[in-house]
Design a binder for this molecule. Structure first.
Ligand SMILES: Nc1ncnc2c1ncn2[C@@H]1O[C@H](C[S@+](CC[C@H]([NH3+])C(=O)[O-])CC(=O)[O-])[C@@H](O)[C@H]1O
Length: 325
Protein backbone atom coordinates (compact mmCIF):
# COMPACT_ATOMS: atom_id res chain seq x y z
CA UNK A 1 0.00 0.00 0.00
CA UNK A 2 2.85 2.37 0.83
CA UNK A 3 6.25 2.43 -0.78
CA UNK A 4 8.83 2.48 1.99
CA UNK A 5 11.83 1.92 -0.31
CA UNK A 6 13.00 5.57 -0.08
CA UNK A 7 12.99 5.20 3.72
CA UNK A 8 14.97 1.96 3.58
CA UNK A 9 17.51 3.60 1.26
CA UNK A 10 17.82 6.55 3.66
CA UNK A 11 18.33 4.31 6.69
CA UNK A 12 21.30 2.62 4.97
CA UNK A 13 23.19 5.85 5.64
CA UNK A 14 22.45 5.96 9.37
CA UNK A 15 24.75 3.40 11.03
CA UNK A 16 22.69 3.19 14.26
CA UNK A 17 19.54 2.37 12.26
CA UNK A 18 20.99 0.21 9.49
CA UNK A 19 20.70 -3.04 11.45
CA UNK A 20 16.98 -2.37 11.97
CA UNK A 21 16.55 -2.95 8.23
CA UNK A 22 16.84 -6.70 8.86
CA UNK A 23 13.44 -6.71 10.62
CA UNK A 24 11.72 -3.45 9.64
CA UNK A 25 10.09 -4.51 6.33
CA UNK A 26 8.52 -7.51 8.06
CA UNK A 27 7.32 -5.33 10.96
CA UNK A 28 5.78 -2.85 8.52
CA UNK A 29 4.04 -5.65 6.64
CA UNK A 30 2.57 -6.89 9.94
CA UNK A 31 1.53 -3.38 10.97
CA UNK A 32 -0.32 -2.95 7.69
CA UNK A 33 -1.80 -6.43 7.53
CA UNK A 34 -5.40 -6.75 6.25
CA UNK A 35 -5.88 -9.48 8.87
CA UNK A 36 -5.39 -6.84 11.55
CA UNK A 37 -7.16 -3.96 9.76
CA UNK A 38 -10.30 -5.11 7.94
CA UNK A 39 -10.82 -1.69 6.31
CA UNK A 40 -7.30 -1.55 4.94
CA UNK A 41 -8.38 -2.24 1.32
CA UNK A 42 -10.66 0.86 1.51
CA UNK A 43 -7.80 3.04 2.71
CA UNK A 44 -5.57 1.65 -0.01
CA UNK A 45 -8.28 2.48 -2.56
CA UNK A 46 -8.31 6.07 -1.25
CA UNK A 47 -4.56 6.40 -1.72
CA UNK A 48 -4.93 5.14 -5.28
CA UNK A 49 -7.90 7.39 -6.14
CA UNK A 50 -6.40 10.67 -4.98
CA UNK A 51 -6.09 13.08 -7.90
CA UNK A 52 -2.60 13.80 -9.24
CA UNK A 53 -1.94 17.48 -8.64
CA UNK A 54 1.37 19.26 -8.35
CA UNK A 55 1.28 21.98 -5.69
CA UNK A 56 2.78 25.32 -6.73
CA UNK A 57 4.35 25.64 -3.26
CA UNK A 58 3.90 24.31 0.25
CA UNK A 59 4.46 25.62 3.76
CA UNK A 60 5.38 23.51 6.76
CA UNK A 61 7.34 25.88 9.00
CA UNK A 62 4.50 28.09 10.26
CA UNK A 63 1.51 25.83 9.43
CA UNK A 64 0.85 22.92 7.08
CA UNK A 65 -0.46 24.33 3.82
CA UNK A 66 -0.23 22.42 0.55
CA UNK A 67 -0.39 24.35 -2.72
CA UNK A 68 -3.06 26.96 -3.32
CA UNK A 69 -6.62 27.11 -4.61
CA UNK A 70 -5.32 28.05 -8.07
CA UNK A 71 -3.54 24.67 -8.46
CA UNK A 72 -6.74 22.64 -8.55
CA UNK A 73 -10.02 22.48 -10.49
CA UNK A 74 -13.43 22.35 -8.79
CA UNK A 75 -13.83 18.80 -10.02
CA UNK A 76 -10.48 17.77 -8.51
CA UNK A 77 -11.39 19.46 -5.20
CA UNK A 78 -14.60 17.43 -5.04
CA UNK A 79 -12.64 14.25 -5.81
CA UNK A 80 -9.96 15.06 -3.22
CA UNK A 81 -12.48 15.88 -0.47
CA UNK A 82 -14.60 12.81 -1.06
CA UNK A 83 -11.53 10.56 -0.89
CA UNK A 84 -10.10 12.25 2.22
CA UNK A 85 -13.49 12.01 3.97
CA UNK A 86 -13.29 8.23 3.51
CA UNK A 87 -10.36 8.34 5.97
CA UNK A 88 -12.58 9.87 8.71
CA UNK A 89 -11.93 10.59 11.60
CA UNK A 90 -9.24 13.24 11.11
CA UNK A 91 -7.97 13.91 14.60
CA UNK A 92 -4.67 15.80 14.34
CA UNK A 93 -4.06 18.86 12.19
CA UNK A 94 -5.29 21.22 10.78
CA UNK A 95 -4.20 20.80 7.16
CA UNK A 96 -4.86 23.14 4.28
CA UNK A 97 -4.82 21.06 1.11
CA UNK A 98 -5.26 23.27 -1.95
CA UNK A 99 -8.82 24.61 -1.60
CA UNK A 100 -9.75 22.28 1.26
CA UNK A 101 -9.35 22.99 4.96
CA UNK A 102 -9.21 19.77 7.00
CA UNK A 103 -10.50 21.11 10.29
CA UNK A 104 -9.36 18.30 12.56
CA UNK A 105 -10.63 17.43 16.03
CA UNK A 106 -7.45 18.84 17.58
CA UNK A 107 -5.67 22.13 17.06
CA UNK A 108 -2.33 20.32 17.02
CA UNK A 109 -0.73 23.58 15.92
CA UNK A 110 -1.52 25.01 19.37
CA UNK A 111 0.29 22.08 20.98
CA UNK A 112 3.23 22.62 18.64
CA UNK A 113 3.38 26.29 19.65
CA UNK A 114 3.56 25.22 23.30
CA UNK A 115 6.25 22.54 22.90
CA UNK A 116 8.47 23.87 20.09
CA UNK A 117 10.14 26.65 22.16
CA UNK A 118 11.47 23.95 24.52
CA UNK A 119 13.13 21.78 21.86
CA UNK A 120 16.83 22.12 21.23
CA UNK A 121 17.39 23.54 17.74
CA UNK A 122 16.12 20.79 15.41
CA UNK A 123 18.42 21.85 12.62
CA UNK A 124 20.04 18.74 11.11
CA UNK A 125 18.66 16.50 13.88
CA UNK A 126 17.38 12.94 13.56
CA UNK A 127 13.96 12.99 15.20
CA UNK A 128 11.61 10.26 16.46
CA UNK A 129 7.97 11.10 17.19
CA UNK A 130 6.37 8.27 19.18
CA UNK A 131 2.58 8.05 18.81
CA UNK A 132 2.58 10.67 16.08
CA UNK A 133 -0.95 9.95 14.80
CA UNK A 134 -1.27 11.18 11.23
CA UNK A 135 2.08 12.90 11.48
CA UNK A 136 1.10 16.56 11.79
CA UNK A 137 3.95 17.31 14.20
CA UNK A 138 6.40 15.28 12.06
CA UNK A 139 5.96 17.85 9.28
CA UNK A 140 6.39 20.72 11.72
CA UNK A 141 9.60 19.07 13.02
CA UNK A 142 10.88 18.77 9.46
CA UNK A 143 9.83 22.39 8.84
CA UNK A 144 11.97 23.35 11.85
CA UNK A 145 15.06 21.89 10.14
CA UNK A 146 15.25 18.22 11.15
CA UNK A 147 17.34 16.15 8.73
CA UNK A 148 15.01 13.15 8.97
CA UNK A 149 11.85 12.52 10.95
CA UNK A 150 10.49 9.08 11.78
CA UNK A 151 7.05 8.94 13.33
CA UNK A 152 5.62 5.69 14.68
CA UNK A 153 1.97 4.94 15.39
CA UNK A 154 0.25 1.54 15.58
CA UNK A 155 -2.94 2.87 13.95
CA UNK A 156 -2.85 1.98 10.25
CA UNK A 157 -5.60 4.49 9.46
CA UNK A 158 -3.45 7.36 10.74
CA UNK A 159 -0.56 6.01 8.65
CA UNK A 160 -2.85 6.04 5.58
CA UNK A 161 -3.85 9.67 6.36
CA UNK A 162 -0.17 10.60 6.56
CA UNK A 163 0.65 9.09 3.15
CA UNK A 164 -2.47 10.59 1.57
CA UNK A 165 -1.05 14.03 2.36
CA UNK A 166 2.58 13.08 1.74
CA UNK A 167 1.57 12.49 -1.87
CA UNK A 168 1.29 16.27 -2.11
CA UNK A 169 3.96 17.29 0.43
CA UNK A 170 6.61 15.27 -1.43
CA UNK A 171 7.10 11.50 -1.46
CA UNK A 172 10.86 12.13 -1.61
CA UNK A 173 10.94 14.03 1.70
CA UNK A 174 12.76 12.29 4.60
CA UNK A 175 9.64 12.25 6.77
CA UNK A 176 7.87 8.92 7.34
CA UNK A 177 5.29 7.35 9.61
CA UNK A 178 5.67 3.67 10.40
CA UNK A 179 2.77 1.45 11.52
CA UNK A 180 4.49 0.43 14.75
CA UNK A 181 4.14 0.89 18.49
CA UNK A 182 7.16 1.84 20.56
CA UNK A 183 7.50 -1.75 21.75
CA UNK A 184 8.47 -2.71 18.17
CA UNK A 185 11.66 -0.62 18.21
CA UNK A 186 14.90 -2.57 18.60
CA UNK A 187 16.41 -2.35 22.10
CA UNK A 188 19.11 0.21 22.76
CA UNK A 189 18.99 1.98 19.41
CA UNK A 190 20.73 5.07 20.85
CA UNK A 191 20.21 6.74 17.49
CA UNK A 192 17.96 9.78 17.74
CA UNK A 193 18.99 13.32 18.64
CA UNK A 194 15.45 14.18 19.72
CA UNK A 195 12.59 11.88 20.72
CA UNK A 196 9.08 13.14 21.37
CA UNK A 197 6.35 11.23 23.15
CA UNK A 198 3.18 13.29 23.25
CA UNK A 199 -0.15 11.93 24.45
CA UNK A 200 1.15 8.35 24.81
CA UNK A 201 2.36 7.74 28.39
CA UNK A 202 -1.13 7.48 29.94
CA UNK A 203 -1.94 4.77 27.37
CA UNK A 204 0.97 2.62 28.60
CA UNK A 205 0.32 0.11 31.35
CA UNK A 206 3.91 0.34 32.51
CA UNK A 207 4.97 4.00 32.43
CA UNK A 208 8.50 3.41 33.70
CA UNK A 209 9.09 0.90 30.91
CA UNK A 210 7.80 3.52 28.45
CA UNK A 211 10.32 6.05 29.79
CA UNK A 212 13.11 3.46 29.60
CA UNK A 213 12.15 2.60 26.01
CA UNK A 214 12.23 6.31 25.16
CA UNK A 215 15.67 6.65 26.77
CA UNK A 216 16.97 3.76 24.68
CA UNK A 217 15.94 5.49 21.45
CA UNK A 218 18.18 8.48 22.23
CA UNK A 219 21.88 8.92 21.71
CA UNK A 220 23.76 10.04 24.85
CA UNK A 221 22.98 13.74 25.31
CA UNK A 222 19.87 13.53 23.12
CA UNK A 223 16.72 15.36 24.15
CA UNK A 224 13.42 13.83 25.25
CA UNK A 225 10.26 15.88 25.02
CA UNK A 226 7.46 14.21 26.94
CA UNK A 227 3.89 15.45 26.96
CA UNK A 228 1.19 13.65 28.90
CA UNK A 229 -1.88 14.05 31.10
CA UNK A 230 -1.06 14.85 34.72
CA UNK A 231 -2.88 15.75 37.93
CA UNK A 232 -2.30 18.61 40.36
CA UNK A 233 -0.41 17.22 43.31
CA UNK A 234 2.90 16.64 45.02
CA UNK A 235 5.75 14.14 44.83
CA UNK A 236 4.51 10.57 44.91
CA UNK A 237 0.96 11.39 43.87
CA UNK A 238 -0.58 9.66 40.89
CA UNK A 239 -4.12 8.94 39.71
CA UNK A 240 -4.81 5.43 38.42
CA UNK A 241 -8.49 5.47 37.44
CA UNK A 242 -10.15 2.12 38.05
CA UNK A 243 -12.65 2.68 35.29
CA UNK A 244 -12.59 5.09 32.38
CA UNK A 245 -11.08 8.55 32.23
CA UNK A 246 -12.92 11.03 29.97
CA UNK A 247 -14.64 7.97 28.46
CA UNK A 248 -11.24 6.47 27.49
CA UNK A 249 -10.79 2.84 28.41
CA UNK A 250 -7.12 2.14 27.79
CA UNK A 251 -5.68 4.58 30.34
CA UNK A 252 -3.44 3.87 33.29
CA UNK A 253 -1.21 6.42 35.05
CA UNK A 254 -1.79 10.17 35.56
CA UNK A 255 1.10 11.32 37.78
CA UNK A 256 1.69 14.77 39.24
CA UNK A 257 4.55 16.61 37.52
CA UNK A 258 6.74 16.05 40.61
CA UNK A 259 6.08 12.31 40.38
CA UNK A 260 6.75 12.26 36.65
CA UNK A 261 10.01 14.17 37.10
CA UNK A 262 11.13 11.60 39.68
CA UNK A 263 10.26 8.73 37.30
CA UNK A 264 12.38 10.33 34.57
CA UNK A 265 15.34 10.68 36.93
CA UNK A 266 14.84 7.12 38.16
CA UNK A 267 15.27 5.70 34.65
CA UNK A 268 18.45 7.75 34.18
CA UNK A 269 17.48 11.02 32.53
CA UNK A 270 19.17 14.23 33.66
CA UNK A 271 18.19 17.94 33.35
CA UNK A 272 14.57 16.97 33.99
CA UNK A 273 12.26 19.99 33.79
CA UNK A 274 8.54 20.65 33.56
CA UNK A 275 8.32 23.40 30.98
CA UNK A 276 4.59 23.78 30.33
CA UNK A 277 1.27 23.03 31.99
CA UNK A 278 -1.94 23.46 30.06
CA UNK A 279 -5.60 22.65 30.68
CA UNK A 280 -7.15 21.34 27.45
CA UNK A 281 -10.05 23.51 26.32
CA UNK A 282 -13.11 22.68 24.25
CA UNK A 283 -11.74 25.05 21.63
CA UNK A 284 -8.58 22.94 21.22
CA UNK A 285 -10.36 19.54 21.06
CA UNK A 286 -13.79 19.51 19.43
CA UNK A 287 -16.09 17.85 16.96
CA UNK A 288 -15.82 19.11 13.37
CA UNK A 289 -17.00 18.05 9.91
CA UNK A 290 -13.81 15.99 9.67
CA UNK A 291 -14.26 14.30 13.10
CA UNK A 292 -17.95 13.66 13.68
CA UNK A 293 -17.69 11.49 16.82
CA UNK A 294 -17.90 12.73 20.41
CA UNK A 295 -15.17 15.06 21.59
CA UNK A 296 -13.97 16.82 24.77
CA UNK A 297 -17.24 18.60 25.59
CA UNK A 298 -18.94 15.18 25.77
CA UNK A 299 -16.19 13.83 28.04
CA UNK A 300 -16.56 16.56 30.70
CA UNK A 301 -19.14 16.96 33.46
CA UNK A 302 -21.78 19.14 31.78
CA UNK A 303 -22.29 21.10 35.04
CA UNK A 304 -18.62 21.57 35.85
CA UNK A 305 -15.90 21.55 33.19
CA UNK A 306 -13.19 21.20 35.84
CA UNK A 307 -14.16 17.51 36.06
CA UNK A 308 -14.46 14.65 33.62
CA UNK A 309 -17.81 12.93 33.27
CA UNK A 310 -16.53 10.28 35.72
CA UNK A 311 -15.62 12.95 38.32
CA UNK A 312 -11.84 12.91 37.78
CA UNK A 313 -9.89 16.17 37.35
CA UNK A 314 -10.35 17.48 33.76
CA UNK A 315 -7.47 16.97 31.29
CA UNK A 316 -4.32 18.84 32.33
CA UNK A 317 -1.32 18.29 30.08
CA UNK A 318 2.31 18.74 31.13
CA UNK A 319 5.34 19.05 28.87
CA UNK A 320 8.68 17.92 30.26
CA UNK A 321 12.15 17.90 28.79
CA UNK A 322 15.09 15.71 29.80
CA UNK A 323 18.52 14.66 28.58
CA UNK A 324 19.49 11.05 27.89
CA UNK A 325 22.56 9.66 29.68
N1 LIG B 1 2.31 1.58 22.04
C1 LIG B 1 2.22 2.69 21.33
N2 LIG B 1 3.30 3.17 20.69
C2 LIG B 1 3.22 4.30 19.95
N3 LIG B 1 2.06 5.00 19.78
C3 LIG B 1 0.97 4.55 20.40
C4 LIG B 1 0.98 3.40 21.20
N4 LIG B 1 -0.28 3.20 21.66
C5 LIG B 1 -1.05 4.19 21.18
N5 LIG B 1 -0.30 5.01 20.40
C6 LIG B 1 -0.74 6.18 19.63
O1 LIG B 1 -0.55 7.32 20.40
C7 LIG B 1 -1.39 8.34 19.90
C8 LIG B 1 -1.94 9.13 21.04
S1 LIG B 1 -2.74 10.66 20.58
C9 LIG B 1 -1.38 11.78 20.47
C10 LIG B 1 -1.01 12.16 19.05
C11 LIG B 1 0.08 13.17 18.91
N6 LIG B 1 1.37 12.67 19.44
C12 LIG B 1 -0.27 14.46 19.60
O2 LIG B 1 0.29 14.71 20.68
O3 LIG B 1 -1.06 15.21 19.07
C13 LIG B 1 -3.46 11.03 22.12
C14 LIG B 1 -4.00 12.38 22.22
O4 LIG B 1 -5.03 12.61 21.63
O5 LIG B 1 -3.37 13.21 22.88
C15 LIG B 1 -2.47 7.67 19.05
O6 LIG B 1 -2.33 8.07 17.71
C16 LIG B 1 -2.21 6.19 19.26
O7 LIG B 1 -2.49 5.41 18.10
Amino acid sequence: MIDYTPLYAGLQHIPELRTWLATLPHQIAEGLSPARWGDLPDWQAVLEALPDITPSSSEIASEVRIGSAGDITAEQTAQLESQLHRLHPWRKGPWTVFDTFIDTEWRSDWKWDRVAPHLHDLNNRLVLDVGCGSGYHCWRQFGAGARRVIGIDPSAKFVAQFYALKKYLGLDKPVDVLPLGIEALPDNLRAFDTTLSMGVLYHRRSPLDHLRELRETLRPGGQLLLETLVIDGGAGECLVPEGRYAKMRNVWFFPSTATLESWLRKVGFTDVKTVDLDRTTVEEQRKTDWMRFESLVDFLDPEDHSKTIEGHPAPLRATLTATAP
